[in-house]
Design a protein. Structure first.
Length: 179
């Protein structure tokens, strides 16, 4: 999905159409501020309006089976950060807390931003979109996303799955790879 967004911005050479609908962002237009969602900018916008993209592969921890991905889009002009989290392998019909933590997964840093909960469907799949305002930047390698069970708001609670956030730095025509 992030590749489609980058294609729309001209950062990749793979062609795509209707990227907003195909990527799934359009489904969230009614639940998030539309201006905070990524829009297809003109070439002039791409030069004068820096937008950063970051991804995380969310891997299971300690015998758990859930996994997923997170995609982050940061707009320097608005300082809005839009975070899409998609997960599978969850217990059906259960709610999970999701946090953006400071530092790396290995250091188990504190919660930086709480994200929208993941509400698993009957197949154990879920997705959420969170729009955070007044976010000054995305540090490269300085955040991780963690999925927790239940509604225990203790910041030291066990992570069921987590993954480091990596900022993508593609050049025009350069292939995108997720670490």
């Amino acid at each position: 999905m992030l590749k489609r967004i980058l294609v729309a911005l001209g950062c990749c050479t793979v062609a795509t159409s209707s990227w907003l609908v195909e990527s799934g962002w359009a489904a969230y237009a009614s639940t998030a501020t539309t201006s905070a969602l990524p829009t297809k900018p003109s070439v002039e916008d791409a030069v004068h309006r820096p937008i950063l993209y970051a991804v995380a592969r969310i891997d299971p921890e300690r015998g758990h089976h859930m996994h997923g991905t997170a995609e982050l889009v940061w707009d320097e002009a608005t300082q809005n950060l839009t975070v899409l989290v998609v997960a599978a392998g969850l217990r059906p019909m259960q709610r999970y807390l999701v946090h953006l933590h400071n530092f790396s997964k290995a250091s188990r840093g504190p919660v930086l931003y709480p994200l929208q909960t993941l509400d698993a469907n009957s197949q154990g799949e879920a997705r959420s979109v969170t729009v955070l305002r007044h976010v000054p930047y995305i540090p490269d390698g300085g955040w991780y996303i963690a999925i927790h069970s239940g509604f225990n708001f203790d910041v030291t609670m066990e992570s069921l799955a987590s993954g480091n956030v990596y900022v993508l730095h593609p050049r025009p025509g350069e292939p995108i790879s997720v670490p």
